[in-house]
Design a protein around this ligand. Structure first.
Ligand SMILES: Nc1ncnc2c1ncn2[C@@H]1O[C@H](COP(=O)(O)OP(=O)(O)OP(=O)(O)O)[C@@H](O)[C@H]1O
Length: 307
């Protein structure tokens, strides 16, 4: 099956001379949930802004269901719903009129029943006559989603959908994404939360400094991301690791700490066996802490693995 979005040789250098994207190639399959994972400034918004026709690429092409986003912009854009990070217009409009207006913008015929269903699904029905200005931040986010869905797009982009939203909205948003997928809608979300990519995505692309450094099925990538470290603060410093524990641990902090790295997503972390072996070797500790690899460390690990 042809991909719903095909990105080839895409790069972007802004007028400042800053290169925000470096030769990105990516195909998104119809009906998948794809998470673009990367730290702030990695180029996520730039990438989706190009696909949505908001930013012009410096090189490369993008097609949406076969429509070129530059030469066939209207057809390409009509396929897409975009939920941006912030609402910038429409403050004085009511919820109902801003959402139904968005539908009209894409040439869709008026369909009050569809707009009503969208508002109800997003718990906005009671607010349909309220001016956007008077809504809470969470409600404004819901309006952004309703606007993006108003013209029944086949592809939905969510830019940092849960940054700063409350638990309830996050849960609603995830449920909405899953139900959209059931109707064949393709969802692409950007995030810098590993947990969000893990919860939502079928496939994850890791972007760092404008480069798509890895694209992988979630299950595979989470195994890589799941590395954790257990640090034990010892009661007495050690000059060397006891023979029975060698190979599993590293000494740190001048022998005051032992560090054990393990797969945080595996069923068998090896920790119970490790603690039993430490006790048998007469090594006592006074404190312990665990640490998840940070995104930065993961990126460094992923990039060096590819070399
Ligand atoms: N119009 C612009 N002119 C110059 N530089 C820009 C412009 N827009 C973005 N940038 C720069 O491009 C880089 C990538 O920005 P982008 O917004 O795509 O990142 P991001 O991964 O979406 O990050 P965030 O999560 O912070 O939005 C950043 O360093 C940003 O400062």
């Amino acid at each position: 099956m042809a991909p719903i979005i095909s990105i080839k040789n895409l790069s972007k250098t802004y007028a400042t001379g800053f290169q925000a994207l470096k030769t990105v190639d990516l195909d998104i399959e119809k009906g998948e949930i794809f998470a673009l994972l990367g730290p702030n400034g990695a180029g996520k918004t730039t990438l989706i802004s190009i696909v949505c026709g908001i930013v012009t690429p410096s090189t490369g092409t993008v097609t949406v269901d076969g429509h070129d986003i530059q030469s066939d912009f209207r057809a390409a854009r009509a396929m897409i719903g975009l939920v941006p990070q912030e609402l910038t217009t429409d403050h004085f409009e009511s919820v109902w009129s801003t959402v139904s207006f968005s539908r009209g913008l894409f040439g869709r015929r008026r369909d009050d029943a569809f707009v009503e269903k969208t508002l109800r699904d997003l718990s906005l029905w009671d607010k349909r006559d309220s001016k956007i200005l008077t809504l809470s931040g969470g409600m404004k986010r819901r309006v952004l989603i309703a606007k993006a869905l108003a013209h029944e797009p086949r592809v939905l982009f969510l830019d940092e959908p849960t940054a700063g939203v409350d638990v309830e909205l996050r849960r609603d948003m995830w449920a909405m994404v899953r139900s959209l997928r059931e109707t064949g809608v393709t969802v692409i979300l950007t995030t810098h939360y590993i947990e969000e990519a893990e919860e939502m995505a079928d496939r994850i692309g890791v972007i760092s400094k404008g480069e798509l450094i890895l694209v992988q099925e979630k299950a595979e990538l989470m195994t890589k991301l799941g590395r954790k470290e257990l640090t034990l603060s010892l009661q007495e410093p050690l000059s060397e690791i006891p023979a029975s524990l060698n190979g599993r641990l590293a000494l740190a902090n001048d022998g005051h700490e032992l560090v054990y790295a393990y797969d945080g997503h595996g069923d068998d972390t090896g920790i119970p066996r490790l603690l039993a072996d430490l006790s048998a070797a007469g090594v006592n500790f006074k404190d312990l802490r665990t640490k998840q690899s940070s995104l930065e460390e993961i990126f460094v690990g992923l990039v060096s693995e590819r070399k």
